[in-house]
Design a protein around this ligand. Structure first.
Ligand code: NAI
Length: 328
Protein backbone atom coordinates (compact mmCIF):
# COMPACT_ATOMS: atom_id res chain seq x y z
CA UNK A 1 0.00 0.00 0.00
CA UNK A 2 0.98 3.65 -0.49
CA UNK A 3 3.27 5.32 2.08
CA UNK A 4 1.22 7.89 3.98
CA UNK A 5 2.03 11.57 3.54
CA UNK A 6 2.99 13.02 6.91
CA UNK A 7 1.21 16.26 7.81
CA UNK A 8 2.20 18.13 10.95
CA UNK A 9 -0.22 20.55 12.60
CA UNK A 10 0.84 22.69 15.55
CA UNK A 11 -1.65 24.12 17.99
CA UNK A 12 -3.73 21.08 17.12
CA UNK A 13 -5.97 21.32 20.19
CA UNK A 14 -6.97 24.90 19.34
CA UNK A 15 -10.00 26.29 17.51
CA UNK A 16 -8.53 26.12 14.02
CA UNK A 17 -7.16 22.66 14.72
CA UNK A 18 -10.63 21.41 15.60
CA UNK A 19 -11.75 22.17 12.06
CA UNK A 20 -8.50 21.59 10.19
CA UNK A 21 -7.66 18.09 11.42
CA UNK A 22 -10.96 16.60 10.32
CA UNK A 23 -10.71 18.13 6.86
CA UNK A 24 -7.15 16.86 6.36
CA UNK A 25 -8.08 13.42 7.69
CA UNK A 26 -11.05 13.21 5.31
CA UNK A 27 -8.85 13.84 2.26
CA UNK A 28 -9.52 17.55 1.66
CA UNK A 29 -5.80 18.30 1.45
CA UNK A 30 -4.34 15.37 -0.46
CA UNK A 31 -7.38 13.84 -2.12
CA UNK A 32 -9.38 10.66 -1.51
CA UNK A 33 -6.63 8.26 -2.66
CA UNK A 34 -3.70 9.44 -0.53
CA UNK A 35 -3.32 8.07 2.98
CA UNK A 36 -2.33 10.73 5.49
CA UNK A 37 -0.56 10.46 8.82
CA UNK A 38 -1.23 13.32 11.22
CA UNK A 39 1.54 14.57 13.49
CA UNK A 40 0.07 16.87 16.10
CA UNK A 41 2.12 19.22 18.24
CA UNK A 42 0.79 20.95 21.34
CA UNK A 43 2.12 22.41 24.55
CA UNK A 44 2.09 19.96 27.46
CA UNK A 45 -1.03 21.33 29.24
CA UNK A 46 -3.08 20.95 26.04
CA UNK A 47 -2.15 17.31 25.37
CA UNK A 48 -5.09 15.93 27.32
CA UNK A 49 -7.56 17.97 25.28
CA UNK A 50 -5.71 16.85 22.15
CA UNK A 51 -6.19 13.22 23.20
CA UNK A 52 -9.91 13.91 23.16
CA UNK A 53 -9.69 15.30 19.63
CA UNK A 54 -7.79 12.17 18.57
CA UNK A 55 -10.59 10.04 20.03
CA UNK A 56 -13.00 11.92 17.77
CA UNK A 57 -10.71 11.47 14.77
CA UNK A 58 -10.73 7.72 15.50
CA UNK A 59 -14.49 7.80 15.74
CA UNK A 60 -14.81 9.23 12.23
CA UNK A 61 -13.18 6.07 10.79
CA UNK A 62 -11.79 8.13 7.92
CA UNK A 63 -10.59 5.80 5.14
CA UNK A 64 -7.68 8.15 4.32
CA UNK A 65 -6.39 8.50 7.89
CA UNK A 66 -3.47 6.10 8.26
CA UNK A 67 -2.31 7.19 11.72
CA UNK A 68 -2.09 9.96 14.30
CA UNK A 69 0.80 10.80 16.58
CA UNK A 70 0.69 13.53 19.19
CA UNK A 71 3.32 15.12 21.39
CA UNK A 72 4.93 18.21 22.86
CA UNK A 73 8.41 17.59 21.43
CA UNK A 74 8.81 19.29 18.03
CA UNK A 75 11.76 17.13 17.02
CA UNK A 76 9.72 13.96 17.47
CA UNK A 77 6.49 15.28 15.97
CA UNK A 78 8.17 16.86 12.89
CA UNK A 79 10.28 13.78 12.13
CA UNK A 80 9.99 13.09 8.39
CA UNK A 81 7.01 15.42 7.83
CA UNK A 82 6.13 16.46 4.27
CA UNK A 83 3.80 19.31 5.25
CA UNK A 84 4.04 21.47 8.33
CA UNK A 85 1.02 23.64 9.11
CA UNK A 86 2.17 25.94 11.88
CA UNK A 87 -1.06 27.13 13.46
CA UNK A 88 -0.24 27.32 17.18
CA UNK A 89 0.90 30.77 18.22
CA UNK A 90 0.80 33.10 21.16
CA UNK A 91 -2.17 35.48 20.97
CA UNK A 92 -1.84 39.08 22.04
CA UNK A 93 -2.88 39.30 25.68
CA UNK A 94 -4.27 42.40 27.43
CA UNK A 95 -1.68 45.14 27.68
CA UNK A 96 0.81 43.22 25.53
CA UNK A 97 2.98 45.45 23.33
CA UNK A 98 3.84 44.43 19.79
CA UNK A 99 7.43 43.78 20.86
CA UNK A 100 6.24 41.37 23.59
CA UNK A 101 4.03 39.60 21.05
CA UNK A 102 6.89 39.19 18.59
CA UNK A 103 9.19 37.95 21.33
CA UNK A 104 6.66 35.42 22.65
CA UNK A 105 6.13 34.08 19.15
CA UNK A 106 9.86 34.03 18.49
CA UNK A 107 10.02 31.65 21.44
CA UNK A 108 7.71 29.33 19.48
CA UNK A 109 8.79 29.75 15.86
CA UNK A 110 12.59 29.82 16.33
CA UNK A 111 12.71 26.38 17.99
CA UNK A 112 10.12 25.00 15.56
CA UNK A 113 12.25 26.24 12.63
CA UNK A 114 15.30 24.54 14.15
CA UNK A 115 13.39 21.31 14.68
CA UNK A 116 12.07 21.31 11.09
CA UNK A 117 15.60 21.98 9.86
CA UNK A 118 16.82 18.94 11.74
CA UNK A 119 14.14 16.33 11.13
CA UNK A 120 11.59 17.27 8.44
CA UNK A 121 11.53 15.53 5.05
CA UNK A 122 13.62 17.21 2.34
CA UNK A 123 10.46 18.18 0.44
CA UNK A 124 8.71 19.71 3.47
CA UNK A 125 6.27 22.52 2.65
CA UNK A 126 5.83 24.88 5.59
CA UNK A 127 2.78 27.12 6.01
CA UNK A 128 2.47 29.53 8.91
CA UNK A 129 -1.10 30.39 9.93
CA UNK A 130 -0.36 31.49 13.51
CA UNK A 131 -0.13 35.27 13.89
CA UNK A 132 1.75 37.46 13.24
CA UNK A 133 1.97 34.95 10.38
CA UNK A 134 4.41 36.69 8.00
CA UNK A 135 6.96 37.47 10.68
CA UNK A 136 6.55 34.09 12.37
CA UNK A 137 7.36 32.51 8.99
CA UNK A 138 10.41 34.75 8.70
CA UNK A 139 11.57 33.61 12.15
CA UNK A 140 11.06 29.92 11.33
CA UNK A 141 12.80 30.32 7.95
CA UNK A 142 15.76 32.14 9.47
CA UNK A 143 16.22 29.32 11.97
CA UNK A 144 16.18 26.59 9.30
CA UNK A 145 19.21 27.34 7.14
CA UNK A 146 19.21 23.94 5.40
CA UNK A 147 15.63 24.16 4.14
CA UNK A 148 15.31 26.12 0.88
CA UNK A 149 13.55 29.44 1.58
CA UNK A 150 11.05 28.61 -1.17
CA UNK A 151 9.62 25.93 1.14
CA UNK A 152 8.36 28.54 3.63
CA UNK A 153 5.15 30.53 3.35
CA UNK A 154 2.57 32.34 5.42
CA UNK A 155 -1.17 32.30 4.99
CA UNK A 156 -2.96 35.16 3.25
CA UNK A 157 -5.39 32.84 1.50
CA UNK A 158 -8.12 33.66 4.01
CA UNK A 159 -7.83 37.33 3.06
CA UNK A 160 -7.79 36.28 -0.61
CA UNK A 161 -10.95 34.21 -0.15
CA UNK A 162 -12.62 37.03 1.77
CA UNK A 163 -11.81 39.43 -1.07
CA UNK A 164 -13.29 37.06 -3.66
CA UNK A 165 -16.41 36.62 -1.57
CA UNK A 166 -16.92 40.39 -1.07
CA UNK A 167 -16.43 41.13 -4.77
CA UNK A 168 -18.75 38.31 -5.85
CA UNK A 169 -21.45 39.62 -3.50
CA UNK A 170 -21.04 43.20 -4.75
CA UNK A 171 -21.43 42.13 -8.38
CA UNK A 172 -23.92 39.35 -7.66
CA UNK A 173 -21.86 36.73 -9.48
CA UNK A 174 -20.72 33.29 -8.33
CA UNK A 175 -17.26 33.19 -6.74
CA UNK A 176 -16.13 30.95 -9.61
CA UNK A 177 -16.36 33.94 -11.97
CA UNK A 178 -13.59 35.73 -10.08
CA UNK A 179 -9.95 35.14 -10.99
CA UNK A 180 -6.57 36.71 -10.30
CA UNK A 181 -7.38 38.17 -6.89
CA UNK A 182 -4.32 39.50 -5.09
CA UNK A 183 -3.56 40.28 -1.47
CA UNK A 184 -0.31 42.23 -1.12
CA UNK A 185 1.86 42.52 1.98
CA UNK A 186 1.13 41.62 5.56
CA UNK A 187 -1.68 39.49 6.97
CA UNK A 188 -2.82 42.42 9.08
CA UNK A 189 -5.05 45.46 8.82
CA UNK A 190 -2.49 47.06 6.45
CA UNK A 191 -2.87 44.34 3.81
CA UNK A 192 -3.83 45.49 0.33
CA UNK A 193 -6.55 43.54 -1.49
CA UNK A 194 -6.08 44.55 -5.15
CA UNK A 195 -8.97 44.70 -7.61
CA UNK A 196 -6.98 46.35 -10.40
CA UNK A 197 -5.58 43.03 -11.58
CA UNK A 198 -8.51 40.82 -10.64
CA UNK A 199 -10.97 39.62 -13.27
CA UNK A 200 -14.71 39.03 -13.21
CA UNK A 201 -15.94 36.77 -16.00
CA UNK A 202 -12.78 37.70 -17.90
CA UNK A 203 -13.20 41.48 -17.48
CA UNK A 204 -11.13 43.74 -15.27
CA UNK A 205 -12.67 43.80 -11.77
CA UNK A 206 -11.97 47.45 -10.88
CA UNK A 207 -13.47 48.60 -14.21
CA UNK A 208 -16.47 46.32 -13.76
CA UNK A 209 -17.11 47.68 -10.27
CA UNK A 210 -16.48 51.20 -11.57
CA UNK A 211 -16.76 52.72 -8.11
CA UNK A 212 -13.44 53.85 -6.65
CA UNK A 213 -15.15 55.04 -3.49
CA UNK A 214 -16.59 51.57 -2.79
CA UNK A 215 -13.22 50.04 -3.56
CA UNK A 216 -11.28 52.34 -1.23
CA UNK A 217 -13.81 52.96 1.55
CA UNK A 218 -15.80 49.72 1.70
CA UNK A 219 -14.09 46.83 -0.06
CA UNK A 220 -10.56 47.25 1.27
CA UNK A 221 -11.50 47.91 4.91
CA UNK A 222 -14.15 45.17 4.92
CA UNK A 223 -11.57 42.59 3.81
CA UNK A 224 -8.79 43.95 6.01
CA UNK A 225 -10.96 44.17 9.13
CA UNK A 226 -13.01 41.01 8.58
CA UNK A 227 -11.16 39.17 11.35
CA UNK A 228 -12.22 41.81 13.88
CA UNK A 229 -15.82 41.76 12.60
CA UNK A 230 -15.96 37.99 13.17
CA UNK A 231 -14.61 38.32 16.71
CA UNK A 232 -17.23 41.00 17.36
CA UNK A 233 -20.06 38.80 16.05
CA UNK A 234 -18.96 35.34 17.18
CA UNK A 235 -17.11 36.17 20.35
CA UNK A 236 -14.21 34.12 19.01
CA UNK A 237 -11.83 34.54 16.11
CA UNK A 238 -12.37 32.99 12.70
CA UNK A 239 -11.54 29.32 12.88
CA UNK A 240 -13.42 27.21 10.30
CA UNK A 241 -12.68 29.73 7.55
CA UNK A 242 -9.02 29.93 8.62
CA UNK A 243 -8.80 26.14 8.54
CA UNK A 244 -10.44 26.07 5.11
CA UNK A 245 -8.01 28.67 3.78
CA UNK A 246 -5.06 26.76 5.25
CA UNK A 247 -6.23 23.69 3.31
CA UNK A 248 -6.72 25.75 0.12
CA UNK A 249 -3.21 27.18 0.47
CA UNK A 250 -1.46 23.87 1.11
CA UNK A 251 -3.52 22.11 -1.56
CA UNK A 252 -2.68 24.72 -4.20
CA UNK A 253 0.98 24.28 -3.27
CA UNK A 254 0.64 20.55 -4.06
CA UNK A 255 -1.68 20.71 -7.06
CA UNK A 256 -0.67 24.00 -8.68
CA UNK A 257 -2.76 26.94 -9.80
CA UNK A 258 -5.34 26.70 -12.58
CA UNK A 259 -4.48 27.99 -16.04
CA UNK A 260 -5.37 31.68 -16.24
CA UNK A 261 -5.54 32.18 -12.50
CA UNK A 262 -3.27 32.82 -9.55
CA UNK A 263 -3.52 32.83 -5.74
CA UNK A 264 -2.14 34.97 -2.92
CA UNK A 265 0.65 33.51 -0.80
CA UNK A 266 3.07 35.24 1.54
CA UNK A 267 6.52 34.12 0.42
CA UNK A 268 10.09 35.38 0.59
CA UNK A 269 10.42 38.48 -1.56
CA UNK A 270 13.10 38.49 -4.25
CA UNK A 271 12.64 42.26 -4.57
CA UNK A 272 9.71 42.00 -7.00
CA UNK A 273 7.43 45.06 -7.10
CA UNK A 274 9.83 46.99 -4.90
CA UNK A 275 9.16 44.74 -1.89
CA UNK A 276 12.41 44.57 0.03
CA UNK A 277 14.19 41.30 -0.59
CA UNK A 278 13.96 38.81 2.26
CA UNK A 279 10.63 39.93 3.71
CA UNK A 280 7.83 37.37 3.78
CA UNK A 281 5.19 39.32 1.89
CA UNK A 282 1.99 38.33 0.14
CA UNK A 283 2.13 38.36 -3.66
CA UNK A 284 0.17 37.04 -6.59
CA UNK A 285 1.74 33.65 -7.27
CA UNK A 286 1.35 30.79 -9.68
CA UNK A 287 2.31 27.29 -8.59
CA UNK A 288 3.58 24.46 -10.76
CA UNK A 289 5.16 21.15 -9.72
CA UNK A 290 5.16 22.22 -6.06
CA UNK A 291 7.08 25.47 -6.73
CA UNK A 292 5.57 28.94 -6.51
CA UNK A 293 6.61 31.90 -8.64
CA UNK A 294 5.67 35.51 -8.15
CA UNK A 295 3.58 36.77 -11.08
CA UNK A 296 5.72 39.32 -12.91
CA UNK A 297 5.02 42.39 -15.00
CA UNK A 298 1.83 43.76 -13.42
CA UNK A 299 1.41 47.53 -13.74
CA UNK A 300 1.18 49.16 -10.33
CA UNK A 301 -0.59 52.53 -10.36
CA UNK A 302 -0.11 55.26 -7.78
CA UNK A 303 -3.01 54.13 -5.57
CA UNK A 304 -1.72 50.56 -5.42
CA UNK A 305 1.88 51.72 -4.95
CA UNK A 306 0.96 53.67 -1.82
CA UNK A 307 -0.98 50.75 -0.36
CA UNK A 308 1.77 48.22 -1.10
CA UNK A 309 4.44 50.50 0.33
CA UNK A 310 2.45 50.97 3.56
CA UNK A 311 1.96 47.27 4.25
CA UNK A 312 5.58 46.45 3.31
CA UNK A 313 6.77 49.18 5.68
CA UNK A 314 4.96 47.38 8.50
CA UNK A 315 6.63 44.10 7.53
CA UNK A 316 10.04 45.77 7.58
CA UNK A 317 9.31 47.16 11.05
CA UNK A 318 8.33 43.71 12.33
CA UNK A 319 11.49 42.29 10.75
CA UNK A 320 13.62 44.97 12.42
CA UNK A 321 11.98 44.26 15.79
CA UNK A 322 12.67 40.51 15.66
CA UNK A 323 16.19 41.19 14.44
CA UNK A 324 16.75 43.42 17.46
CA UNK A 325 15.51 40.58 19.66
CA UNK A 326 18.06 38.25 18.06
CA UNK A 327 15.34 35.98 16.67
CA UNK A 328 16.54 36.11 13.06
P1 NAI B 1 -6.31 28.86 19.75
O1 NAI B 1 -5.80 29.71 20.87
O2 NAI B 1 -7.67 28.28 19.83
O3 NAI B 1 -5.30 27.64 19.54
C1 NAI B 1 -3.92 27.81 19.50
C2 NAI B 1 -3.31 26.54 20.04
O4 NAI B 1 -1.88 26.63 19.89
C3 NAI B 1 -3.58 26.31 21.52
O5 NAI B 1 -4.18 25.02 21.68
C4 NAI B 1 -2.20 26.37 22.15
O6 NAI B 1 -2.05 25.45 23.23
C5 NAI B 1 -1.31 25.98 20.98
N1 NAI B 1 0.09 26.37 21.12
C6 NAI B 1 0.61 27.47 21.72
N2 NAI B 1 1.94 27.43 21.71
C7 NAI B 1 2.30 26.31 21.08
C8 NAI B 1 3.54 25.70 20.77
N3 NAI B 1 4.69 26.27 21.13
N4 NAI B 1 3.53 24.53 20.11
C9 NAI B 1 2.37 23.94 19.77
N5 NAI B 1 1.17 24.45 20.05
C10 NAI B 1 1.12 25.62 20.70
O7 NAI B 1 -6.12 29.71 18.45
P2 NAI B 1 -6.77 29.51 17.00
O8 NAI B 1 -8.05 30.21 16.94
O9 NAI B 1 -6.72 28.07 16.63
O10 NAI B 1 -5.75 30.34 16.11
C11 NAI B 1 -4.39 29.94 15.97
C12 NAI B 1 -3.58 31.05 15.34
O11 NAI B 1 -4.01 31.31 14.03
C13 NAI B 1 -3.67 32.39 16.09
O12 NAI B 1 -2.36 32.95 16.12
C14 NAI B 1 -4.56 33.21 15.21
O13 NAI B 1 -4.31 34.58 15.36
C15 NAI B 1 -4.13 32.72 13.86
N6 NAI B 1 -5.06 32.99 12.76
C16 NAI B 1 -4.50 33.29 11.53
C17 NAI B 1 -5.29 33.54 10.44
C18 NAI B 1 -4.67 33.83 9.12
O14 NAI B 1 -5.42 34.12 8.19
N7 NAI B 1 -3.36 33.79 8.95
C19 NAI B 1 -6.76 33.52 10.57
C20 NAI B 1 -7.24 33.15 11.87
C21 NAI B 1 -6.41 32.91 12.93
Amino acid sequence: SQTPVKVAVTGAAGQIGYSLLFRIASGALLGPDTPVELRLLEITPALKALEGVVMELDDCAFPTLAGVQIGDDAEKVFDGVNHALLVGARPRGPGMERGDLLEANGGIFAPQGKALNKVAADDVHITVTGNPANTNALIAMSNAPDIPTSQFSALTRLDHNRAISQLAAKLDVPVTEIKKMTIWGNHSATQYPDLFHAEVSGRNAAETVNDQQWLADTFIPTVAKRGAAIIEARGASSAASAASATIDHARTWVEGTAEGDWVSMAVRSDGSYGVEEGLISSFPVTVKDGQWSIVQGLDIDEFSRGRIDATVKELAEERDAVKELGLI
